[in-house]
Design a protein around this ligand. Structure first.
Ligand SMILES: *Cc1c(COP(=O)(O)O)cnc(C)c1O
Length: 461
């Protein structure tokens, strides 16, 4: 078989055997799929040998680019020792080193209202990190003899993953509505989505009406609520919604005032994505529980952590017979290969000066976005660090959204492929999510391609 025949076999086998996530498979079967065969720096190569800029960071996980030598080497070195052993009743070296490093990172950066994060609970992906956080908060109040505190308060447009618990606290209707009958009861607070403000107001004249609404919910429901869960500063999958200044800090203060835990889901925002190591740092707050995943291994291996404070952890300590144990764990919890990759990835933040370069790169993005914002079908642009959203609208005056059935975002994404850039939109919102390591020139190219594709596609409407 020659190379072309081999690739044709792979394409056929993909269609024969794989059910792709978040994909209408009938459409998929009609198209020729891109098979990614290789990656280097911020680029990925398909089976035709064409290189693309990885503008989606391989689904938001790649921070430092592909094929980083130090991470490759760390995984290889660990392979020479052991690929997997369990944290249920045993420990392993990489998970210990990583936990120590993570706590060190949060410790030196946060100046918070509550005691600092001091414990790491491992799992495998963002959704499980959230499930762990929810169960931890729920059981915490039982141990505190407040068993009525069972509910969660979440924020509209939030996304916390696709497992049933994570969906219960999420509210991206197009993903979640079908499964509504399965969900536990969650209280939903208004989203601080300034472009489509529920209160019809403008920041800062509004005085954060959305925060006032959160306070009224807490007044009414704190006695029956275990925690508020939120994506700090940027609601990512819900539309790259960047929050107005002060909202996050305000919610932290309200949680303290009303004695409700705060869960910060930093799965998308963590590891430098917003310009700081963690988004919570922008408003100088510490959550009681923090979920991390996507960027943690630089996309090498599935891994997640749920961090918490001494206060939460110590509530679970007791006599064996008291059954205060946290009954949760997964087969691959604390996988040594993944943890070794994560340790090496964290070191690159120092060697690449990743965070120090962010203001300059953010400047390139902001300038380009200000230009894109002038286009006739662009309603709103929002950017924090190296994550941005461009909201396309039919009419900028009435802010009328495109019908999701028009798949306007995908039309732009497919046009960008012709220009050598891969992006993945969220409906009518275009997502700019390159690896943080992208060079200034490549970033500028990305932004030019985005502008050209928006003009090309929306010109037709
Ligand atoms: C992606 C994401 C998740 C879910 O992570 P998975 O690894 O896909 O399960 C949870 N929370 C946020 C904020 C995310 O962006």
């Amino acid at each position: 078989m020659n190379y072309i025949e081999q690739i044709q076999c792979l394409e056929k086998a993909d269609k024969d055997f794989i059910w792709h996530p978040f994909t209408q498979m009938r459409d998929w079967l009609d198209e020729r799929p891109l098979i990614i065969t290789e990656g280097k720096d911020c680029f990925i190569k398909d089976s035709d040998g064409k290189w693309y800029l990885d503008g989606v960071s391989s689904l938001w996980v790649n921070i430092h680019g592909h094929r980083r030598e130090s991470i490759d080497n760390a995984v290889r070195a660990q392979l020479d020792k052991i690929a997997h052993s369990t944290l249920l009743g045993l420990c392993n070296e990489p998970s210990i080193l990583l936990a120590e490093k993570l706590i060190g990172l949060t410790d030196s950066r946060f100046s918070g209202l509550v005691p600092r994060l001091s414990k790491v609970f491992y799992s495998d992906n963002g959704s499980t990190a959230v499930e762990v956080a929810l169960k931890m908060a729920f059981q915490f109040w039982i141990h505190k003899s407040r068993p009525r505190k069972q509910k969660f308060i979440a924020i509209k447009n939030g996304y916390h993953g696709d497992t049933v618990g994570a969906m219960s606290v999420g509210s991206v209707d197009i993903f979640h509505a079908t499964f509504g009958p399965l969900f536990f009861d969650t209280i939903k607070a208004p989203s601080p989505y300034c472009y489509r403000c529920e209160f019809g107001q403008n920041f800062p004249d509004c005085g954060l009406a959305c925060l006032g609404a959160m306070e009224r919910l807490l007044e009414r429901h704190a006695k029956e609520s275990a925690a508020v869960i939120l994506e700090p500063l940027v609601q990512a999958a819900g539309g790259m919604i960047v929050w107005p200044e002060g909202y996050l800090r305000g919610v932290r203060e309200l949680c303290t005032k009303y004695d409700v835990l705060l869960i910060a889901d930093e799965v998308a925002t963590g590891f430098g994505r917003t310009g700081r190591m963690f988004a919570c740092e922008h408003e100088q707050i510490t959550p009681d529980i923090m979920c991390l995943s996507k960027g943690i291994t630089n996309g090498y291996m599935p891994l997640a952590v749920t961090l918490t404070t001494e206060q939460v952890y110590s509530a679970f300590l007791g006599e064996f017979s008291e059954l205060k144990t946290f009954f949760h764990g997964h087969s691959y919890t604390g996988n040594p290969l993944a943890c070794a990759a994560a340790v090496a990835s964290l070191d690159i933040f120092e060697s690449d000066a990743t965070l120090q370069n962010m203001p300059r790169k953010n400047g390139i993005m902001q300038n380009a976005l200000a230009d894109i914002a002038q286009l006739p079908r662009v309603g709103n642009v929002r950017c924090k660090g190296m994550m941005a959203g461009v909201e396309l609208v039919k009419d900028t005056v009435t802010r009328t959204a495109y019908d999701w059935k028009e798949r306007i975002g995908w039309q732009v994404a497919f046009d960008m492929r012709k220009r050598g850039v891969i992006i993945r939109p969220l409906g009518h919102i275009l997502v700019v999510m390159p690896p943080l390591a992208i060079s200034d020139n490549n970033l500028a190219y990305f932004m030019r391609a985005l502008k050209q594709s928006v003009i090309e596609v929306t010109g037709k409407y």
